[in-house]
Design a protein around this ligand. Structure first.
Ligand code: PRT
Ligand code: ZN
Length: 283
């Protein structure tokens, strides 16, 4: 049995639960008990505030955790980042009122900066040789300049909309974050095995994201050209058709390239193209 801590509510909760579900791990009625058992995998889920996850994992209250890399870095707890999960992407940035004439980090010398991430900010200022006053506040950081609490802020930015709404502009992108899987450093052999099973499933889920399964009928003598159009396809599945000189080609393509590939394939004579959702890719 392994215990994973995930955010109880907030931006990472839904995608954490969805990732587990896609990995075939259903969590018994998530009526927000603190602890819930998975139906068909040796795992239990502990619902916590994101701020508490790094420490819970470091102490072994949970074996694993899904949390923003920003929290892991800020808390500085002794945990291993074992996998990047690709969701919850954001950055920690410095921002100043938009009317300011900002040209370099030296602008912050002698200024007051409000943030909930003092440790990461201190490291950045030290590295840049800047002496600024860091004011730690727990929330609503973006309003600090307009109420006279600070000259600038250091906060999470994703679309940048919140900064604009508050009359601020992003001037330095300091730290890039996404949700990560963290692990306790002293997992038993049994737990390591469950972790590697879990990682195997996560990787299969990630690999199949954005991928489509495509089938088409193609004149037999065009297979080599189709392979040119579909690079990366080492060995396409080619099945004979009842009609002489034709075959059926099956490939996996990235959704991004889908229409482009379809047009090229039609141009060499592909017909009856079917595009299907791809559930999982395992190898
Ligand atoms: O209750 P709990 O303590 O668990 O949650 P929380 O309120 O501390 O965290 P939550 O749910 O807001 O965020 C959890 C994690 O999501 C963060 O630690 C980040 O790793 C990640 N994340 C990704 C974000 C954002 N994107 C984000 N945009 N966290 C916060 N924001 C904020 C940002 O600060 C801004 O105020 O959302 C606002 C909108 O951002 P813009 O730039 O899109 O306008
Ligand atoms: Zn939090």
């Amino acid at each position: 049995m392994i215990r994973i801590a995930i955010q109880a509510k907030g931006r990472l909760n839904e995608e954490s639960v969805a990732l587990l579900a896609e990995a075939g791990i259903r969590i018994e009625d998530s009526k927000r008990k603190l602890l819930a058992l998975a139906a068909d995998f040796p795992l239990e889920v502990l619902y916590l505030r994101d701020d508490d996850i790094p420490q819970a994992v470091a102490m072994g209250v949970a074996d694993l955790g899904i949390v923003g890399l920003n929290e892991v870095e800020e808390k500085g707890e002794a945990v291993d980042v074992v996998h990047r999960l690709g969701f919850g992407k954001c950055r920690l940035s410095l921002a100043v009122p938009k009317a300011e004439n900002y040209d370099s980090p030296a602008w912050f010398d002698g200024k007051r900066v409000a943030t909930s991430y003092p440790k990461i900010l201190r490291a950045f200022f030290e590295k840049s040789g800047i002496r600024a006053e860091i004011h730690e506040i727990a929330g609503s950081v973006e309003i600090a300049p307009s109420v006279g609490m600070a000259d600038g802020i250091f906060d999470i930015v994703s679309s940048g909309g919140t900064l604009v709404t508050n009359g601020l502009k992003e001037v330095e992108k300091v730290f890039f974050s996404e949700a990560v899987l963290v692990a306790n450093r002293a997992l038993s052999e049994e737990k390591r095995q469950i972790l590697s099973q879990l990682l195997f499933r996560f990787e299969a889920v990630e690999r199949s994201r954005g991928m489509k399964y495509m089938l088409m009928n193609l004149p037999q003598d065009k297979v080599a050209e189709a392979v040119e159009i579909l690079p990366g396809m080492k060995s396409p599945t080619v099945l004979p058709l009842a009609q002489e000189g034709w075959c059926s080609v099956h490939v996996v393509v990235n959704e991004r390239d889908l229409w482009n590939k379809i047009e090229q394939l039609k141009a060499i004579g592909a017909e009856d193209i079917l595009v299907l959702a791809l559930e999982k890719m395992i190898w």
